[in-house]
Design a protein around this ligand. Structure first.
Ligand code: GLN
Length: 466
């Protein structure tokens, strides 16, 4: 009830597309009576959670923040949603995002931009004059900005995001939450409306690393409905609250000193490296030489998969259907034109261009080869004895909305992801953890990237930092 009340109180954040009040109250009552009888349904009984609006929820509107799906009622729950419900967790609502998860700001959805709760918090108000005049509020990052805002405005205890190129970690960093992108294949994508199948993973946003470890334990595991899932070869009980960082080898990738990195984020990064070293970890510089190609490589592969994924939205089976009826082709074209925003349409066009017979080898195949090189960079670092890589999550703290939307929408949807995309290209686990407030009074997050299936260890190191 308190969470629902807070959702009302923080409506100006626009964090939720749908609030499932009735259902939540019913689920909470059932949980309460189970708990009073001493027979909880599972480890999350009665815990309120929120879900990004690109995960299917049975008979609950699932829009991807797009006109295309604005009335879509899925007939089933995504596996990860079902697993939370099976543990007794209570769904409070579906969170706002960039349309079809394409973006880094949560500014490009059909329901309007999400506002970062820190815009209204004391530190930002005191340092920067705040959002009093309603023009200087800051973005949440994205595309899972609603999930970031839901957790940090305390309207839910955990939220699901999706992470294809950084969409869970980016808002995690800018909103000051813990945000985990698990190893590719560890969590089921069944029921997550795809962006880039070969990179998408469900992401976990929580208030603390211990909470993230609990949720990871609940969600991980092979799912017969997603053939890319595996049973983890390592134990996730691997998470430890008193992990010893002595002898841990921390790599600092030199290529991550990227153009546009703010002085303050850089200073936090160095401070954390020094802290780890002071506590007995070995900290050393490593090279991931193909990093500079990751944005372009991601862009080609993303657009190619988007072009093929979005073909399902033809106005016939589900989604928006135009009233244009002069021919079937005209109906397809009009439905897609009316249903998708410019970012989505731009990627479909680019993707089809990259996949043209005469372009396939030059773009798609080449990008696949570069992807392998990026993955091999990580393999080399880990096989040379590095346990985790420490990097910034974002270039700087959150931009103000007015500043962010000045960039053209293609730049703003991908340029922000320099530090996060490589882990998706390589399928590796990565976590963003809040470390400090900037001089503007806004959160700064740092990222840890680890070897595949070392998600538990990664959270342990993140816990030490936290
Ligand atoms: N910003 C990236 C993009 O627009 C990543 C999105 C994501 O992770 N869903 O594609």
């Amino acid at each position: 009830r308190k969470c629902l009340k807070r959702i009302k109180k923080t409506q100006h954040l626009n964090a939720y597309i749908t609030v499932t009040e009735e259902l939540a109250l019913k689920q909470a009552e059932e949980a309460e009576s189970r708990l009073l009888q001493g027979s909880p349904k599972g480890i999350l009984d009665g815990i309120p959670f929120a879900v990004k609006d690109n995960f299917c929820t049975e008979n609950i509107r699932t829009t991807c923040a797009s006109r295309m799906l604005k009335d879509f009622l899925p007939p089933y729950n995504a596996t990860v949603v079902q697993k939370l419900l099976d543990q007794g967790a209570v769904l409070v609502g579906k969170t706002n995002m960039d349309e079809f998860a394409m973006g880094s700001g949560s500014t490009d959805g059909v329901f309007g931009p999400v506002r970062n709760p820190w815009s209204y918090a004391a530190p930002y108000r005191e340092q920067s004059g705040g959002a009093e005049d309603d023009s200087e509020w800051v973005i949440t990052g994205g595309s899972s900005g609603g999930s970031g805002a839901a957790v940090t405005s305390l309207t839910s205890f955990l939220a699901l995001g999706s992470d294809t190129g950084g969409s869970t970690r980016n808002p995690g960093a800018l909103c000051g939450a813990v945000a985990l992108k698990p190893t590719y294949g560890l969590l089921s994508r069944h029921g997550l409306i795809p962006l880039v199948n070969s990179m998408d993973v469900p992401g976990i946003v929580t208030r603390s690393t211990s909470d993230a470890a609990i949720v990871l334990e609940v969600l991980q595991g092979r799912d017969l409905k997603d053939s890319t899932t595996v049973q983890s070869p390592t134990s996730h009980a691997g998470f430890s609250e008193d992990f010893d960082v002595r002898n841990l080898c921390v790599g600092i990738p030199k290529e991550y000193h990227a153009p546009g990195l703010s002085q303050e984020t850089l200073a936090q990064w160095s401070r954390l490296a020094d802290l780890l070293e002071g506590a007995g970890a070995r900290v050393r510089e490593v090279s991931l030489p193909h990093t500079q190609h990751s944005i372009v490589c991601y862009h080609v592969l993303c657009c190619a998969e988007v072009a093929s994924n979005m073909a399902r939205f033809d106005g016939l089976e589900y989604g928006h259907r135009s009233t244009e009826d002069s021919s079937t082709d005209a109906m397809y074209a009009a439905s897609r034109h009316e249903g998708f925003n410019a970012v989505v349409r731009g990627r479909i066009l680019s993707g089809n261009f990259f996949l043209l017979q005469q372009n396939y080898e030059r773009y798609f195949l080449k990008a696949q080869q570069v992807r392998r090189l990026i993955a091999e960079d990580f393999e080399h670092a880990f096989s040379a004895g590095v346990d985790v890589l420490l990097t910034p999550t974002t270039l700087s703290d959150a931009a103000s909305y007015s500043h962010f939307i000045q960039a053209d929408n293609r730049t703003r949807s991908t340029q922000e992801d320099v530090f996060t995309q490589p882990a998706n290209l390589a399928g590796l686990p990565a976590v963003s953890v809040p470390t400090a407030l900037s001089s503007r009074g806004l959160p700064i997050g740092l990222q840890l990237i680890g070897p595949a299936f070392q998600d538990g260890m990664l959270l342990s190191v993140a816990h030490w930092i936290e």
